[in-house]
Design a protein around this ligand. Structure first.
Ligand SMILES: [Zn+2]
Length: 174
């Protein structure tokens, strides 16, 4: 576990709308909605009944809400397993569309920089660069470089930070 900074100041349960109390445990899930992805938070009482479809829930995790200090960024713990699980799910098939492919590329780079994935090799496939990322004692995953221009890269980084509740401290560029 390592720490990341995030900036949000309050949190509400997606189901009952109650504000999540300071220091309370809660659950977060990433679900697919149409062609996009959303993160929703649930208080402990609502989590069991949230009725998330395992086919559309991409990743979920339990965490604790620690309010921001008066000054400076709040820090939360980043669970690499959650990021890795999201990365794997995005690669399962091609139904996740354009945004899924961009998120997967950035997640791959992020996990590579965190030494959770290693880069085995790159290859050229129909004019596109394909990066092969390998898990420590697991399979390799081919990831197509979507060739994002810099401004779009920062938009996708913002989405990733929002979904995983992170303030990415460094640009996962090459
Ligand atoms: Zn609730």
């Amino acid at each position: 576990m390592e720490e990341w900074k995030i900036g949000a100041s309050s949190r509400h349960c997606f189901k009952c709308q109650a504000e999540i109390e300071p220091e309370a445990d809660y659950y977060s899930a990433i679900v697919r909605k149409d062609e996009s992805f959303e993160r929703s938070d649930y208080c402990e009482g609502c989590w069991d009944g949230a009725g998330l479809d395992p086919q559309s829930a991409f990743a979920f995790w339990r965490t604790r809400w620690t309010p921001a200090p008066a000054r400076g960024p709040r820090r939360i713990r980043f669970d690499p397993d959650v990021a890795l699980e999201f990365f794997r799910r995005l690669g399962e098939d091609d139904r996740d569309g354009d945004e899924g492919r961009k998120l997967r590329y950035l997640l791959g780079l992020l996990l590579f920089r965190r030494k959770i994935l290693s880069l085995q090799r790159t290859e050229d496939r129909d004019g596109k660069r394909v990066l092969w990322f390998a898990e420590k004692e697991g399979p390799s995953h081919p990831v197509v470089d979507p060739g994002l221009p810099a401004d779009e890269l920062s938009t996708v980084r913002g989405r990733l930070a929002e979904l995983l509740d992170l303030d990415l401290p460094e640009a996962p560029a090459e």
